[in-house]
Design a protein around this ligand. Structure first.
Ligand SMILES: NC(=O)c1ccc[n+]([C@@H]2O[C@H](COP(=O)([O-])OP(=O)(O)OC[C@H]3O[C@@H](n4cnc5c(N)ncnc54)[C@H](O)[C@@H]3O)[C@@H](O)[C@H]2O)c1
Length: 441
């Protein structure tokens, strides 16, 4: 592999490549959340000494004590790596002075106005700028609009006086991890990487190849940024389409689930997406708006994104109207009815409630005067605007209506149907069960 980095390359690059290849490079990861912690663990498992930096002290303490707070990362793995001196966490950015690489995996939420909130990336880069040193490879992994790495991160880092491609190296590599996915995780999801210069791309690719199964180099940071937005916009729009089809089918008395199942038998040209109570999580409802914000600046309207955003945003209202109708049919107004939500995380078998449609559904029902309870084995308590609810599996017995919002595998669906007066299934979790108290989306 030595031929990849001939002596004519900057000495910094040649030395970094050597340390990456022999795994003596010191790896830093800023932001130890759903993305950063699994990444840090993967590099530690590959043999690197990894330092995680997070501004939340409790997270750093947990890692150093060998405990994981991310479901997909077993505590046993963290404790082994911590005990072996391979994984360590700190709130102190000066640790980066010792690092050869730093990955940035901080949040990129939307502001209330649906504009990108870049404050976390800016804050992380301000800290990195103070400690950047020759030979450092910086890789942004947070999902963001095309141009962020070159227009925002690069100028901040070059304020240090160091030059990209010569003194330090800069890449964007989108994280594609899917929490709760048993088949695909950080190590076996192909890693797209694009650098500010071709040498940056080469070093970024070499870095990931040391710990991950496959790497897909692209020619620029902008391409790498756009790859992630295409993937998530594709998903968001197709979910919007199938949600609209679900509303149409409902109006026409057609079972949308049966339609999708049959359509999915077509061996080409169709890919099934499924309707549901609305989008959730930190990615699909958020990322496409990073793209539409950016394209608006170039005078291009992202009409598919706006439309799908609208349709998906209406789904909690649609679910509430289904609940109202179902209750009306059994002679009960929503007001003062006891509604029990099963599953409040944004999707199956995870504990993440960020942007979860369950939050909207609960608030809408409360506004109509319903008394709302919930149960979720992954979410013991749920913070709402003005109160905190606790998971209460017993409430199913006394509920006037049960609503499946997240189809966790831990639920006993036959028992739920048996014990519920009325049950609204927004996820087709009751597929195959026939009972008069079931109302499907
Ligand atoms: N969660 C996912 O499934 C997923 C998948 C692919 C991509 N992404 C993207 O990855 C990025 C991170 O998402 P996440 O889900 O891991 O977020 P997260 O909130 O779980 O983790 C982010 C971490 O960064 C820390 N942090 C914030 N600002 C910091 C700073 N200035 N310095 C140090 N630490 C800081 C937070 O304390 C937190 O621990 C986002 O851009 C997201 O869109 C997320």
């Amino acid at each position: 592999m030595k031929h990849l980095f001939p002596a004519s390359y900057p000495a910094n690059a040649v030395a970094l490549a050597e340390r990456l290849r022999d795994k003596t490079a010191r790896v830093g990861v800023v932001g130890l959340g759903y993305v950063g912690l699994p990444l840090a663990v993967e590099f530690a498992k590959a043999g690197f000494v990894v330092t995680g930096i997070d501004r939340i002290e409790a997270k750093c303490d947990a890692i150093n004590a060998g405990q994981s707070y991310i479901k997909d990362v077993p505590s046993g793995v963290v404790s082994q790596l911590a005990a072996a001196g391979k994984l360590h966490a700190t709130t102190d950015f000066s640790a980066l002075l010792e690092m050869d690489t730093v990955n940035i995996a901080v949040p990129t939420p939307l502001r209330k106005t649906k504009d990108p909130d870049m404050s976390y990336i800016v804050a992380a880069c301000q800290e990195i700028r103070k400690v950047i040193h020759p030979g450092l490879l910086v890789i942004l992994e947070s999902t963001t609009y095309p141009g962020t790495t070159d227009e925002l991160v690069l100028p901040m880092l070059e304020e240090s006086g160091l030059k990209v491609g010569k003194d330090f190296f800069l890449c964007f590599s989108p994280e594609r991890v899917d929490p709760g996915n048993a088949d695909f995780h950080t190590r076996n999801i192909p890693k797209v990487v694009g650098g500010t210069t071709p040498l940056c791309t080469e070093l970024g690719s070499l870095f990931y190849r040391q710990a991950l199964e496959s790497v897909v180099p692209v020619t620029s940071t902008r391409v790498a940024e756009m790859v992630k937005l295409l993937e998530n916009t594709f998903r968001m729009i197709n979910i919007g389409l199938v949600n609209e089809i679900a509303v149409m089918c409902d109006g026409m008395g057609i079972d949308v689930w049966e339609v999708i199942e049959a359509a999915a038998t077509k061996p080409f040209g169709f890919m099934p997406f499924y309707p549901g109570p609305g989008l959730g999580g930190h990615c699909i409802p958020v990322d496409p708006f990073y793209l539409s914000w950016k394209t608006k600046q170039a005078g291009i309207e992202a009409r598919f994104i706006e439309l799908a955003g609208y349709i998906n945003g209406q789904m909690p209202h649609f679910v509430v109207s289904k609940i109202q109708n179902a209750l009306n049919n059994v002679g009960k107004p929503v007001k003062n009815s006891r509604l029990h939500i099963c599953g409040v995380s944004y999707k199956r078998d995870i504990d993440d409630v960020r942007e979860s449609p369950a939050l909207d559904i609960i608030l809408l029902l409360q506004r109509l005067g319903a008394v709302v309870t919930y149960m979720d084995p992954h979410v013991p308590s749920l913070k709402l605007d003005n109160e905190t609810l606790c998971s209460d599996p017993q409430a199913v017995q006394t509920a006037d209506c049960v609503v499946i919002v997240a189809n966790h595998s831990a639920f006993d669906y036959s028992a739920l149907v048996r014990d519920s007066a009325l049950i609204i299934d927004t996820r087709n979790a009751l597929r195959g069960i026939v009972a008069p108290n079931i109302v499907r989306l």
